[in-house]
Structures are given as structure tokens and as C-alpha cells.
Write a protein that binds this ligand. Structure first.
Ligand SMILES: [Zn+2]
Ligand SMILES: [Zn+2]
Length: 225
């Protein structure tokens, strides 16, 4: 699928001051995808073929099920799950030996692990990371916002580094800014987690009521994903 990548979601995310700007961009991409697979995609043969082949992962299937507020949407999800189930049924083979079962296990695991929404989201995020690197090189206002980001999650830090070459002669600065942001965020995470753990120490600890300390565990989980 060809995505038209516009820069607005990137500007919005960096201007919002959120903890991982690319996580914010990704949430928007996933929201659009979920809406698509509950509405327009249901009756489009191209999308249906994709859903039959790849299906939905447990997380996205759960989100689709939670979103189906109207009967039409509920039926749309059921229709897609019906043809996906038929596709999987046709793909599975009976096995009668350990060797054949191992091969079939690999095929079944591949069928279980694919997800059309994950695939499109990953594809779109590769292109957003490339676009962010190009914006860093071309737009001084953006490179300032980039350098002032609070944090990246680990996977989006990896994605930015992987596409840092798109910043051309600014690649070195981009990598250095991204590393400083990541290092600083991890340093704060360790500090807040240590203070959080100290709350359970019999000697007691001060500063445990700070919001950053109370949120130390969920914040660290977001950072390390
Ligand atoms: Zn992220
Ligand atoms: Zn998924």
C-alpha cells in the first residue's frame, strides 16, 4: 500500500511535547487503520485478500472488537474473520510425523504472527522516520524541536537511527541529538525507579510523592518498548 506521508503529524507530535513523538504519530496511524478495517476495507476485494492472508494480531483484533459500536461494524469484523478463518482452514494440513509436524508448526506460527494492521503501520512508520530525518536536515525550526524532545521509546530510537542517513550532511547532528535525548530519558527513568523502589524501604524515603516517581513504572515501560 502506498502511503502519502505528510509532515503535519510529525510537526504536531513534536510540538505537543509528548514523551515519544513517534509513538504519537504511530497512534494516529493505527487509529486510521482500525477505522479503515471496520469500514471501507470490509467490502473492498483488495483489502479482503490482504486480511485473508495476514489476519489481525491479538492486540489489533481486540481493538477492532472493542471499537465495533454499530451492528454494521460488528458484521464487518465478523465477515473479515469468517473469510480469514476459511483461508487458515485451507492452509493447514494434517500431519503424521514429527518432521512434518515441525514444518507445519512453522507455517502455523507464521499464520498466527502476521497482522495486516501491524504490517501497514510498520511500513508507514518507516516512511515517517525517513521524513523526520529529511525535515531535520532541511527545516531549522524542526531540528530545534527535535533536539528538545523529552524522550523516544527504544524502538523508535532504533527506527530514527536506521533512517538517520536521510538527513544527509546533518546525520551526525541528528544521531547525537537523538542519543542525548535517549540517554537523558533513561537516566531519569533509573532515578525515578530507584526513588520508587525506595518507597518500599523500611527506612522510608522522601520525594516519593512526586508525580514522576509515582509514574516511574508505566513511564519506564513506555520508554523500554
Ligand atoms: Zn515511540
Ligand atoms: Zn497487529
Amino acid at each position: 500500500m502506498n502511503y502519502k506521508i505528510d509532515t503535519r503529524p510529525i510537526w504536531d507530535a513534536y510540538r505537543s511535547g509528548c514523551c515519544c513523538p513517534l509513538c504519537q504519530v504511530q497512534e494516529e496511524v493505527e487509529r486510521r487503520q482500525l477505522g479503515l478495517y471496520l469500514n471501507e476495507a470490509v467490502m473492498e476485494p483488495v483489502y479482503r485478500t490482504e486480511v485473508n492472508k495476514s489476519g489481525f494480531c491479538a492486540r489489533h483484533a481486540g481493538e477492532l472488537a472493542a471499537m465495533k459500536t454499530a451492528d454494521k461494524n460488528s458484521c464487518g469484523l465478523a465477515l473479515q474473520l469468517s473469510t480469514r478463518s476459511a483461508y487458515v482452514r485451507g492452509a493447514l494440513k494434517a500431519t503424521h510425523s514429527a518432521k512434518a509436524a515441525k514444518r507445519e508448526a512453522e507455517r502455523a506460527a507464521a499464520l498466527a504472527s502476521s497482522c495486516v494492521i501491524c504490517a501497514h503501520t510498520d511500513d508507514a512508520m518507516e516512511r515517517y522516520a525517513e521524513t523526520a530525518a529529511r525535515m531535520y536536515a532541511r527545516e531549522p525550526d524542526f531540528s530545534k524541536l527535535f533536539a528538545g524532545a523529552k524522550a523516544y521509546c527504544l524502538s523508535h530510537y532504533a527506527l530514527l537511527l536506521a533512517h538517520s542517513g536521510k538527513a544527509g550532511n546533518k546525520t551526525r547532528e541528528l544521531c547525537s541529538d537523538a542519543y542525548k535525548i535517549m540517554d537523558n530519558a533513561l537516566c531519569h527513568a533509573v532515578d525515578n525507579l530507584d526513588k520508587y523502589c525506595a518507597l518500599f524501604d523500611y527506612r522510608g524515603a522522601s520525594g516519593g510523592d512526586a508525580p514522576a516517581v509515582r509514574a516511574a513504572v508505566p513511564d519506564a515501560l513506555k520508554l523500554l518498548k
